[in-house]
Unconditional design. Structure first.
Lengths: 426, 489
């Protein structure tokens, strides 16, 4: 390989994972601005060796189902990977928790960090060619602790103002929340129209694969494990496979030209119960109970202090008549943890379909629930509203889990976000 | 009760009682036979269940022995025992082994009885497993994540790196397993376990059982109790069978009884008609005898009177004859009318306006023993004069007889009542007790020597036929008064 090409690729890699930096007060800044790229930190890049050639088609294996109707908020690892490649948020939160440019590439702060003005990147447009405007970002969006608006009096169609309830010197990471993903509905397809580099339609979607194309001619092929055995995907030569199954991970490690990379701890399993009795499972061997890679849950969990969100939890559900622990049926680790808790407490574990599980959790009529929560979130209030019950509950963190990426060496550069989602580096 | 009725009842009893005894005997014999057959089938099924359980236990023991050999030679397991390495391998070991061995329950327990690896419930590691007795099969209520289940298990022991372990394995006892044990379609098989309220089935009778050690390990190691695999038969089936037998038995009894009654009826008709005819003729003869005697009595009195006059005062004979001529004529007329009525066999009384006083006078004639107190101006009554005479004659005759030849009086009184005429015949005779009075109007009841016992019954019938009423006022030792009331015209 020519030395110049390797050097060029290295430089591009560094640039792709660069952290945004706030510009000088009162002036434009950000790494998107030409000539202002700082020395990159590539700790979010997966270490898969040098990218030897430019690949126009990348293949990603998926072990879960993908439903376009869920876009842009993924419900499982497969949907999160696919949606990450198709849709964009105003900024992206990298594995270190820093905001990096995505739809917005420049920003300034005012009012001691209480008001931030972001500018859409040049050429930002939907898949159908329509330019993305500030109204597309602002309309119908907002949350607790911040508001989005287009600057008056003559709205700049490319500028968005974010007003915070509390000043901050760092770019507000709430702009990386998936709920702020910019999309618009498409009447002739099940996929919402996004702004990402890759696009997909119902015409490129089959039961076996989803093909996503870019205007530059690049293609990502998302392949499903239709045989029921995900090892077939590895044998078929996919370039990336993300899994939480240790057996699959071990199999991937035996293959040549594959690198197995542990991803960040991204998920915490929590036991949610309305029972007044303190429930601790310190000596319960919970990490051994799951087949996924797990550790004792640790950290400053975002759900511990939600006072700023103003969520009232004062209506207790009726006391359960049976000692039953519910889990989401499709979640293997959840099932295993529920079984372990059942063994420790002489309860019964029962699986529910995802929607039924969410409804049961909201009702709070059972003795306990094993819930998978993101370890970190860009918008704790939105996550609390969407994922946590509204009744007074005790949250007992059980284990943290993480996925593993099995990557073909030297094919493409992969990076990982704070939420554990792997995607092609920009 | 008529002769025919008595005959029918007697015949029915004679036929039905043996029939009932016969039917009950058959029913009892059938019941014994069916019960015996059931007991033989139950006993055979119990033996089959014991055999099945023993075979399943042998199979499980063979598989555990194979697992024991594999486990003893497993270096990873040994490394875990010695150095605690690769606990995940050990946790998953029983799960894989259980599937490969075709078992539904498998635990590897350490020397304390704690679960090191569980095939049916991977995440019950660390819990105390069931302490089952060595050797034979044991029913265990184990747990999985989704709840409790029942298994038929046996155990084996092994030693790895000088540490003892125990294998507990077997098959799941579910409804399909129990169903397989029930080979007889008319007999059910079920489980009866301590504290298992769901097993209660009131519709089934337990007719046999196989007892097994039972350990409830759902909430801990448990203790050895006794469980039963029971053979049941449906109480509903037995009830239906008994109902059918009873139904057919009742039908047979009814048919036989009906046939017996019809036969009895036919026979009684053949037998009883001549007998009843003879009885009726006898009744008629007594009636005729009585009536003729009543008609002859005045004639005999007149004749004796005339004979007495002819013997003692011959000169007065024409005068006395003239005086008693009416009585003779009247008695002859009475007898002629009586004869005419009997000739008709069904005499029809002829009601017309009748002077009661005239009939009384005519009846008592010149009898010195009978006094008459007749009211003046009585309205005529609507009655047959002959019937009225028979009534008065009978009552007067009875009253005279009640004097028993002693001094006393017999008085016939007439008086006007409200819309009727009352005739009272009183005597100062011996009177009647209540018992005598109750029976006085029955046919053939009499206190007189040579009496027919028909007089008062005829009187009552004749009075009622005339739309009148008859009452009695009597007191023992003081006499009786018979009161006849006939509607005035």
């Amino acid at each position: 390989m020519p030395a110049r090409r390797i050097l060029l690729i290295a430089c591009l890699s560094v640039a792709g994972c660069a952290h945004p930096r706030v510009g000088a007060p009162g002036g434009p800044g950000g790494p998107g601005a030409p000539g202002q790229v700082e020395v990159p930190e590539d700790k979010c890049l997966l270490s898969t060796g040098s990218v030897a050639t430019h690949t126009v088609t990348v293949t990603i294996g998926l072990t879960d189902a993908v439903d376009p109707r869920h876009a842009p908020l993924g419900r499982n690892d497969a949907e999160r990977i696919v949606f990450r490649h198709l849709y964009e948020t105003p900024v992206r939160i990298d594995c270190d928790g820093h905001a990096v440019p995505e739809l917005f590439d420049q920003w300034t702060k005012d009012d001691a960090g209480r008001r931030w003005t972001f500018r859409l990147r040049d050429g930002a447009q939907f898949w159908d060619g329509a330019p993305v405007t500030a109204q597309d970002v602002v309309f119908g969006r907002g949350g607790i602790g911040y508001t989005l608006s287009a600057p008056p009096p003559a709205p700049d169609t490319r500028a968005v103002t974010v007003t915070l309830a509390k000043e901050t010197n760092d770019v507000p990471i709430v702009l990386g929340d998936r709920s702020l993903t910019v999309t618009k509905s498409a009447p002739d397809t099940s996929w919402p129209i996004g702004t990402g580099r890759f696009w997909a339609t119902s015409g490129t979607t089959t039961a076996q694969e989803i093909r996503a194309h870019s205007p530059q001619g690049d293609t990502i092929v998302f392949k499903f494990a239709t045989s029921g055995d995900a090892r077939d995907l590895l044998d078929a030569g996919v370039d990336l496979l993300v899994t939480r199954d240790r057996a699959l991970r071990d199999y991937g490690a035996t293959l040549q030209n594959r690198t197995v990379v542990a991803l960040p701890w991204d998920r915490t399993y929590v036991f949610v119960s309305g029972s007044a009795e303190a429930t601790r499972f310190d000596a319960g061997g919970l990490e051994q109970a799951v087949h996924a890679e797990a550790r004792r849950a640790e950290g400053d969990f975002w759900w511990r202090d939600l006072r700023a969100c103003g969520i009232a939890r004062d209506t207790a559900p009726p006391a359960p008549t049976t000692k039953r622990i519910l889990y989401a049926r499709a979640d293997q680790a959840g099932r295993e943890l529920a079984g372990r808790l059942a063994a420790l407490t002489h309860a019964v574990a029962t699986g529910r379909a995802p929607d039924d599980f969410s409804a049961a959790l909201a009702g709070g009529k059972d003795w306990g629930y094993v819930v998978a929560l993101p370890r970190v979130t860009a918008d704790a209030c939105r996550s609390a509203r969407d994922l946590l019950p509204s009744w007074p509950a005790t949250f007992t963190a059980l284990v943290d889990t993480r996925a593993t990426a099995i990557v073909r060496r030297g094919v493409a550069r992969w990076t990982v976000d704070q939420d554990g989602t792997v995607h092609l580096a920009p | 009760m008529s002769f025919r009725t008595r005959l029918l009842i007697s015949f029915g009893v004679v036929v039905l009682i043996p029939l009932l005894v016969f039917g009950l005997g058959i029913r009892s014999a059938m019941s014994r036979r069916v019960t015996g057959e059931y007991e033989r089938r139950v006993s055979a099924l119990v033996d089959v269940i014991r055999g099945d359980i023993a075979r399943e236990n042998d199979r499980s023991a063979t598989r555990l022995a194979a697992l024991r050999g594999s486990l003893v030679g497993d270096s990873k397991f040994r490394a875990m025992v010695l150095r605690g390495e690769d606990s995940a391998y050990v946790l998953d070991y029983a799960s894989d082994a259980m599937r490969l061995a075709g078992l539904g329950y498998l635990q590897i327990q350490d020397d304390e009885g704690r679960v090191v690896s569980s095939g049916h419930f991977r995440n019950e590691f660390g819990r105390l497993g069931p302490a089952i007795p060595p050797g034979g099969p044991t029913l265990v209520r184990g747990t999985a994540a989704e709840g409790a289940f029942l298994a038929l298990v046996t155990s084996d022991t092994l030693s790895v790196a000088r540490k003892p372990f125990r294998l507990v394995g077997g098959i799941v006892v579910d409804s399909a397993f129990v169903q397989r044990l029930a080979r007889d379609p008319e007999l059910g098989v079920g489980l009866r376990l301590p504290r298992d309220s769901t097993a209660a089935d009131s519709a089934a009778l337990i007719v046999g059982d196989v007892t097994l050690p039972y350990v409830d390990a759902a909430d801990g190691p448990g203790s050895v109790e006794q469980g039963r695999i029971v053979v049941t038969r449906s109480a509903a089936l037995l009830t239906a069978l008994q109902r059918n037998v009873n139904l057919w038995f009742a039908a047979a009894v009814l048919v036989a009884a009906l046939a017996a009654l019809l036969l009895a009826g036919w026979l009684s008709t053949r037998i009883s008609t001549p007998v009843e005819a003879r009885i009726a003729i006898g009744d008629l003869a007594r009636q005729v005898n009585h009536d003729i005697k009543n008609g002859l009595a005045p004639l005999r009195n007149v004749f004796r009177h005339l004979a007495q006059v002819a013997r003692e005062q011959p000169g007065d004979l024409p005068r006395v004859f003239t005086e008693r001529h009416g009585t003779v004529e009247s008695s002859i007329n009475y007898l002629e009318t009586l004869a005419a009525n009997y000739a008709k066999l069904s005499p029809q009384s002829e009601r017309k306006a009748t002077d009661v006083n005239a009939v009384v006078r005519e009846t008592i004639g010149g009898s010195s023993a009978v006094r008459a107190k007749l009211a003046e101006g009585l309205p005529p009554v609507s009655a047959d004069a002959l019937v009225l005479r028979r009534v008065i004659e009978n009552l007067v005759s009875n009253a005279v007889d009640s004097l028993d030849g002693k001094n006393g009086t017999v008085t016939v009184t007439t008086e006007r009542g409200k819309g009727m005429v009352r005739i009272a015949v009183s005597d100062t005779g011996r009177g009647m007790t209540k018992t005598e009075l109750d029976r006085a109007f029955n046919d053939f009841y009499t206190t007189k020597l040579g009496g027919t016992g028909l007089g008062l019954s005829i009187v009552r019938r004749l009075v009622l036929d005339s739309n009148g009423s008859l009452s009695v006022d009597t007191e023992p030792g003081k006499g009786s008064t018979f009161i006849v009331e006939i509607p005035a015209q």
